[in-house]
Design a protein around this ligand. Structure first.
Ligand code: ATP
Length: 329
């Protein structure tokens, strides 16, 4: 792996499905040892298509993947024993019990941790004798995770590990992922729970239509989006009574009855000016709420920004085609 601490290295990666559909369109990123890296994106953005290439389940149609310094597809034997994989669909024999399934799996892994320990990590130690088919959806996800952990992997791939889990199950899973990371495991995961990714991931990449639309720490990604301030207009006051909004650094506003919502890229300045005005006017700003953009807002903003020019292009193309057809007729 050279001197680099990049446990996962992805360069110009492409995946094209039969019929020519390009699901992954040249993406580049890396994950360092002991990092939690979250791949986020709307449905169909290309997350699973990417993770499958990292797991060595298919060869890329362009670009390069390295996991622990090896090509996960052509050098599977070198990579597989050091990685743990939790797919979206586990698919193990449903007639076996939890314990039998885990023992069978452990038999295929060298240096496996004790089955009891793996099941205890995910809170399934009391379900050892239950048949897999009798488990709830959330319990199956936990069993998937226990199996991925059996080989004490250095790198863990988790594709939507908390889908189907209740709030407590999700919290426990994230806690476990954090503990594994603190123990030096490198984790690459996908999730639809943006709030949780924000608290958990060291770095994220937002995929949109097969491309990386934004990447960095959650703070870096959210910094590109405006902050928000909302409050209730004091009785007897109107929007026009506030100092000129552009002078406060406000870049957009809306009202809903007496509630005012402001957007700003200079949060401290706008909030300070607003509070100074309130003090001078001797009024209270009820329901005052001041907040930086969340990862969810950044996510929606990015999806909108990337889609808007595409939608415009498509509309123009349609109009041109219509004009041509009318001309031909
Ligand atoms: N085997 C396949 N053949 C053709 N197209 C596929 C195949 N698998 C996935 N796709 C398409 O590739 C695109 C990306 O799919 P992918 O499953 O990677 O997205 P995702 O980001 O994981 O979505 P989700 O959040 O819904 O799981 C989608 O448009 C999907 O329809």
């Amino acid at each position: 792996m050279g001197t680099s601490d990049h446990v996962i290295e992805v360069t110009g990666l492409r995946r094209v499905y039969g019929g020519g559909f390009e699901a992954v369109r040249g993406i580049t990123f890396h994950v360092d040892r002991g990092e939690i890296f979250a791949l986020l994106g709307t449905n169909g953005a290309g997350k699973t298509s990417t993770v499958e290439l990292l797991e060595g389940l298919a060869p890329p149609d362009g670009g390069r993947v390295r996991v622990l310094g090896h090509d996960p597809y052509t050098e599977r034997a070198a990579v597989r024993p050091r990685t743990g994989v939790m797919l979206q669909e586990g698919g193990f024999p449903s007639e076996l019990t939890v314990g039998e399934t885990a023992r069978m799996w452990a038999g295929c892994v060298s240096g496996a941790r004790p089955v009891r320990e793996a099941l205890a990590l995910v809170g399934l130690e009391r379900r050892t004798d239950v048949r897999v088919k009798q488990l709830s959806g959330g319990e199956r996800r936990r069993l998937d995770l226990a199996l991925a952990l059996l080989g004490r992997p250095e790198v863990l791939f988790l594709d939507e590990p908390t889908t189907g889990l209740d709030a407590e199950g999700r919290r426990d899973t994230w806690e476990l992922v954090r503990t594994l990371r603190d123990g030096g495991t490198t984790v690459l995961l996908t999730t639809h729970y943006l709030e949780e990714a924000e608290g958990l991931a060291d770095r994220v990449a937002i995929l949109h239509e097969g491309r990386i639309a934004a990447a960095g720490t959650p703070a870096e990604v959210t910094a590109s989006q405006p902050s928000r301030i909302s409050f209730e207009l004091p009785a007897g006051h109107f929007l026009g009574d506030l100092p000129p909004l552009s002078g406060l650094g406000v870049i957009g506003h809306e009202t809903d009855g007496r509630v005012v919502r402001l957007r700003t890229r200079t949060l401290q300045r706008t909030a300070t000016e607003l509070l100074l005005w309130a003090r001078q006017a001797g009024v209270e700003l009820r329901g005052l709420d001041v907040r930086s953009a969340s990862l969810e807002e950044a996510f929606l903003g990015i999806a909108r920004d990337v889609s808007a020019p595409r939608a415009k292009e498509q509309k123009e193309e349609k109009e041109k085609k219509k004009e041509k057809e009318e001309y031909a007729a």
